[in-house]
Design a protein around this ligand. Sequence first.
Ligand SMILES: [Zn+2]
Length: 233
Amino acid sequence: MLSPLLELFYPSLCRVCQRGVDSNNTLCTECLSKLPRTEHHLLRDNNVEMLLSDLFDRPRKRWYDRRFVCGGAWLRYNDDVAKIIHSGKFFECPELLEYLGRQAAIEWQQSGFFNGIDLLVPVPIHPRRLNDRGYNQSEYICRGMASILRLPIDTTTIYRIKDTEKQSQLNDEERKKNVEHAFHIPEPERWHKKHILLVDDVITTGATIRNCLKEITPIRSCRISVFSLAIAR
Ligand SMILES: [Zn+2]
C-alpha cells in the first residue's frame, strides 16, 4: 500500500484496464465482473472433479468416495486471467493473488463449497524457487481466502522435493514424468481426520495437483477438496 502522498503521484490502477481504482493490486469493478467464471462451485462432476476422481477408490464416481469432497476452479483461463496471474506470480505483486483469492472466497462462500474445511494448503513450491521468487504464489491465494473464510493455512506438512516448475517447454507426457514423486509428507499423521483444501493457481494438465494428491491419498482418514484460481482446459 502506498502512502497518501505517493498516491498523488502514483495512483492505484486496475491491473487490466489501467483505470484508477481505490487500492493497489486490484481490478476495477468492471474488469473483475468480466473475468470468466466457471461456476464449478455449483456443478458436481465439473472439470476439476472429473480430472482427479480416478485417484480415489471409485474411478469417475466421486460420490462413492467421500474422502474427495469437492473440487473446482474459480476462473476459466483466458488472456486477461493469464496476464493477471502471471503478473501476480512473476512481477512481485503477490498482493494481486491475495486479492483474487479473497474475491473467489467471497463469491463461493455461500454455496457451501468450503464447508467443513479445517486447513488451507497451498501447493508447495521447491525451496530453490521460493528463494528466487521470494514467495509461494498459492500461499498468497490462501491468505486472501483465509481472510474471508477464517481458516488456518498449513505450509509445513507437505513439501516439494523436486524442482519441476519450469516445464512449459515439455509435452504432456514429459510433464507427467517430470512431476512424479515431486512432493513429500514427512509426518502424515498431522492430517489425520482433517479436511484439507489443496489450493493451486492454475490447473493446466493437472499433473502437479495429481502428484500432490498421490502423496495425500494414502492418509486414509484425510478428506480432501481442491481449489484452483483458474483452469486452462
Ligand atoms: Zn479495469
